[in-house]
Ligand binder design. Structure first.
Ligand SMILES: Cc1cc2nc3c(=O)[nH]c(=O)nc-3n(C[C@H](O)[C@H](O)[C@H](O)COP(=O)(O)O)c2cc1C
Length: 189
């Protein structure tokens, strides 16, 4: 059986206002043998990760070799809790600070792991290029994720899975197709 993938979802209202991330999360739930899902805003509704939460998040990361961050793009970044999560979970002596340590040992717990990003954008694809109104490609938008992975000795897929135009006239059919493409993309990682 292939190794399970950890999918960390950051959406402030996944079970309510979300359309895309909610549909993608429902698709992940169809394959519980393949995907372990953590819904950060449901786990930490007050936006705080205490010591027990940090320990739980670290344990989840340690159990998986492939970790995917799924979120709606908010201001060319991820919703805020994913930053808080990173600040708290990627601590000195756990994620970094042990350059001489072997991967998986304290200070290098994330070394050798693989990361990827799945995201959706309100704006259209044509604007996510050098000459578009955004001026940057999706691969450039996720540079903080790629740099963070490099820093901790891990790797990050340079191209995120991206669904564009979610605030336009995205049809139900397109949303359905994106859900199955998302699963295919995850399986191919
Ligand atoms: C606070 C906020 C900031 C946003 N910033 C961006 C942005 O920088 N670029 C973009 O293309 N869409 C932006 N959007 C649109 C979201 O990406 C869009 O609502 C999301 O893809 C829809 O996903 P959902 O149905 O799961 O909520 C923003 C939306 C909100 C609420």
């Amino acid at each position: 059986m292939p190794a399970r993938t950890l999918v960390i979802i950051a959406h402030p209202d996944l079970s309510g206002a979300s359309r895309v991330n909610r549909r993608w999360a429902a698709e992940l739930d169809r394959f519980p043998d393949e995907f372990d899902v953590r819904d950060l805003y449901a786990l930490y509704p007050d936006g705080v990760l205490d010591e027990a939460a940090v320990a739980a998040e670290r344990a989840a990361l340690e159990e998986h070799d492939l970790i995917v961050f799924q979120f709606p793009v908010y201001w060319y970044s991820a919703p805020a809790l994913l930053r808080t999560w990173t600040d708290e979970v990627y601590g000195f002596g756990w994620a970094y600070g042990g350059e001489q340590a072997a991967p998986g040992e304290p200070g290098r717990k994330l070394a050798g792991k693989r990361f990827a990003v799945a995201m959706c954008t309100g704006d259209i694809e044509a604007n996510y290029r050098a000459e578009g109104t955004v001026g940057f490609t999706p691969s450039e938008v996720i540079i903080p994720f790629r740099a963070t992975a490099n820093y901790v000795g891990a790797s990050c897929e340079p191209e995120p899975f991206t669904l564009f135009g979610t605030e336009g006239d995205l049809s139900d059919g397109e949303l359905e197709r994106s859900a199955s493409s998302y699963i295919s993309w995850l399986r191919a990682l």
